[in-house]
Design a protein around this ligand. Structure first.
Ligand code: F6P
Length: 546
């Protein structure tokens, strides 16, 4: 690591030590303008990071860290189509998929934008055709249901966006099948009429065993019910591996490609978004792209100290590397973002769960944290106990809209907002022993009972959180939120100097599953495996024939 960076990390540790005994309450007491100083906006998108222990000195150092780690140059390299995914020798250009400007984006000297636009036009035409019935089932009737078969990035993005944009959903019903567990497809198709169902097979590689197995089962279901000749009319596919799609037998006009410079977990903006396009229509999907594009332009051009993804990344590093917190909770106070935590889990953990730098040497400090979460207020009644009073500090990331989608239920939204703000306030302030005792005294508790109970009711506070606030979760707002997190992951990876765009860590399990299948099928002995694996295999296959 360049010496200069090491010095900045040491200075950051010193900064943390200098304020270690200081409670977040004191930060606010000493600076009445703390919110103004430690929040940033992109139009009506607001990032509040004042409820963290970052001081002006720490922030200056973090910004220096970003400069010294050349975040801006690395960002520019991404937008310029450089092969920054070095282990796979690929450009990283999900930003091209939502580039609604006239700016060309070059890969190997060739502008990819004409092809991106042409593919999007084809996708929109197909989606609108399914929506208006002009693209019909084998019997000429409309599709009422669409099943997307995919996993990981070919599932989580569309699932998340479909739930997030429920109020805009006016197309056929959507269903998602991802798990190779037969229960997933069986339970899904059990409630569907094959004659009215379109199946989209979504796989970047078109080799993923879960997706291929589910696709074959869906094919069998359609062929069994409608006859072999009808199957073609009921399938569409999305992939970068067009040769493999052709081999599966899907009609070429129903096949939509994308490019190897789109990572699976960054692909919701591509043809992988087809089910979302079918659900909400092309105009709304374009607004989703426009939201992301607005953040891309902001990330590309805003100074570091006003740059929302940069600030989020730096606060992330402060929590992970300087304070040593091992996880981050994503807590949307927005029921439609119910799948955002799962989506961000893949985005963040598959991108930044790395232990070596780009040059293959070990990273000297902790990288990606464990990302988890659930929508509020449900989480409050489940795991917030630990967040408030447990022995680990969990930095929380709240998301909240000013407006809901149900004007007739505005009192629900007011309650939701009050709860969201109350949680970050409680985490920050806590409640001291004296305050607790005073409250119990007021309630008339006898002194001996009060002494026994009070320690259980103390909240240490001093627990950090970020809040992202927006007007309303419409397609544009969702696009902005997702792009914000994508670029945050980028910033963190750039400073750790890791490759956020490969995922070798998923490979070993896939290889071993392939090796174990003959054992589970009873076609090979389990003895060559360790005794635990062999013992479990023996238990799980006992009494079954191949
Ligand atoms: O196993 C991990 C992974 O490769 C993800 O990165 C990807 O999103 C997912 O599998 C699905 O891959 P594909 O779209 O090629 O089926």
């Amino acid at each position: 690591m360049p010496k200069r960076l090491e010095e900045i990390w040491s200075a950051l540790a010193a900064c943390r030590d200098a304020t270690k005994g200081r409670h977040l309450r004191a930060f606010f007491a000493e600076d009445a303008e703390r919110f103004a100083g430690f929040s940033a906006r992109l139009d009506d998108l607001l990032l509040d990071y004042s409820k963290t222990s970052v001081t002006p000195d720490a922030l200056a150092l973090l910004l220096k860290l970003a400069q010294t780690a050349e975040v801006e140059a690395k960002r520019d390299a991404m937008f310029a189509g450089t092969a920054i995914n070095t282990t796979e020798n690929r450009a990283v250009l999900h930003v091209a998929l939502r580039n609604l400007s006239d700016r060309p984006i070059l890969v190997d000297g060739i502008d990819v934008m004409p092809e991106v636009r042409a593919t999007l036009d084809r996708l929109f035409a197909f989606a609108e055709g399914v929506r208006d019935g002009s693209i019909a089932a084998a019997d000429g009737g409309r599709f009422t249901d669409v099943v997307n078969i995919g996993i990981g990035g070919s599932d989580l993005g569309p699932v998340m966006a479909t739930a997030a944009l429920t109020p805009y959903h006016d197309g056929p019903r959507l269903h998602y099948v991802s798990n190779v567990d037969g229960a997933h497809i069986a339970d899904t198709i059990a409630k569907l009429d094959p004659a009215r169902t379109l199946v989209i097979v979504a796989s970047k590689t078109f080799t993923t065993v879960e997706t291929m197995t589910n696709a074959a089962t869906a094919r069998k279901w359609l062929a069994g019910a409608l006859g072999e000749a009808a199957v073609g009319a009921h399938f569409a596919a999305v992939s970068t591996a067009l040769d493999k799609v052709a081999a599966f037998g899907i009609q070429p006009e129903r096949v939509f490609g994308f490019w190897d410079w789109v990572g699976g977990r960054y692909s919701v903006w591509s043809a992988i978004g087809l089910p979302v396009m079918i659900a909400i229509g092309s105009e709304n999907f374009r607004a989703f792209l426009a939201g992301a594009h607005a953040v891309d332009e902001h990330f590309r051009t805003a100074p570091l100290d006003k740059n929302l993804p940069v600030l989020m990344g730096l606060i992330g590093l402060w929590h992970r590397d300087v304070c040593g917190y091992p996880s981050r909770a994503i807590l949307p106070y927005d029921q439609h973002l119910v799948r955002l935590p799962a989506y961000l889990q893949q985005l963040d953990m598959e991108s930044n769960g790395k232990r070596v730098r780009k040059d293959g040497t070990p990273v000297e400090r902790p990288t990606g944290p464990v990302v988890w979460g659930e929508p509020g207020t449900n989480g409050q009644h489940a795991f917030y106990q630990l967040i408030h009073q447990g022995t680990d500090v969990v930095p929380c990331e709240f998301l909240i809209a000013a407006e809901g989608h149900h004007p007739d239920l505005a009192h629900h939204q007011r309650l939701l907002i009050a709860n969201c703000l109350a949680q970050s306030e409680a985490l920050m302030k806590g409640r001291t022993l004296d305050e607790t005792k005073a409250q119990l005294t007021k309630r008339g508790l006898a002194p001996e009972k009060l002494e026994a109970l009070a320690p259980h009711m103390v909240f240490p506070g001093n627990r950090p959180s970020l809040t992202i606030a927006y007007r309303k979760l419409d397609p544009f707002a969702l696009g902005r939120i997702v792009a914000l997190f994508e670029h945050r992951v980028f910033v963190e990876a750039a400073i750790w100097d890791i490759n956020a765009f490969d995922q070798w860590g998923v490979e070993l399990g896939k290889e071993l599953a392939t090796a174990l299948l003959p054992v589970i099928e009873g076609k090979a002995p389990g003895a060559s495996h360790d005794s635990s694996t062999a013992g479990l295999a023996a238990y799980l296959t006992a009494g079954k024939s191949a």
